[in-house]
Design a protein around this ligand. Structure first.
Ligand SMILES: [Mg+2]
Length: 176
């Protein structure tokens, strides 16, 4: 069970993961959580770094798709500033959203990566969907109360992960 929470990679910030690094690992599309992974709740516009990174992916022909548990209306509103395609009602930690988005693109499991800030939803969903994953540090430390619940359980899972996988570490980027 513990292995289901284990990210493939852990990077401090997703912006340092370049299209070249992704392509070198056979990754042709990036799926991402929205809240606290791409944007902070208090900055829905996104940072200049995010926009720079999105432009790099676009130039490299790597689609970036938001995988969200929220309903269509809410996600559409949340990503309006970023102009990103999205999958709503993804039912993370289940695999549905990821698998639907992957099949829509006609890609194999090893050709997509799921990025997120939560072990309990994003990383578990990636595992369920059979795709690789990148855990990032949450952009801001304040969470919604539902997330706070998850964080509590997450604390426990972290302790166990560190105990079983002492080599787990935060990387600068995928080459680190
Ligand atoms: Mg999140």
């Amino acid at each position: 069970m513990l292995e289901e929470f284990k990210p493939t990679w852990m990077v401090e910030s997703i912006y340092s993961v370049s299209p070249e690094q992704l392509k070198a690992r056979g990754i042709r599309a990036v799926f991402s959580d929205l809240d606290n992974t791409l944007i902070a709740w208090n900055n829905p516009e996104g940072t200049p770094e995010l926009h720079q990174w999105m432009a790099e992916l676009r130039e490299a022909g790597i689609p970036l798709i938001v995988i969200s548990n929220n309903n269509k209306k809410r996600v559409a509103k949340a990503v309006a500033n970023l102009k990103l395609p999205f999958m709503s009602r993804s039912l993370k930690p289940l695999s549905f959203g990821i698998t639907r988005a992957r099949k829509k693109l006609g890609l194999a499991k090893n050709e997509v990566v799921m990025v997120g800030d939560q072990l309990m939803t994003d990383m578990l969903a990636a595992h369920q969907a059979g795709v690789r994953s990148i855990l990032v540090k949450p952009i801001v430390q304040t969470d919604k109360w539902t997330t706070r619940m998850n964080r509590l359980i997450e604390k426990y899972v972290w302790r166990e992960l560190r105990r079983h996988y002492p080599n787990l570490k935060w990387q600068e980027d995928l080459n680190d």
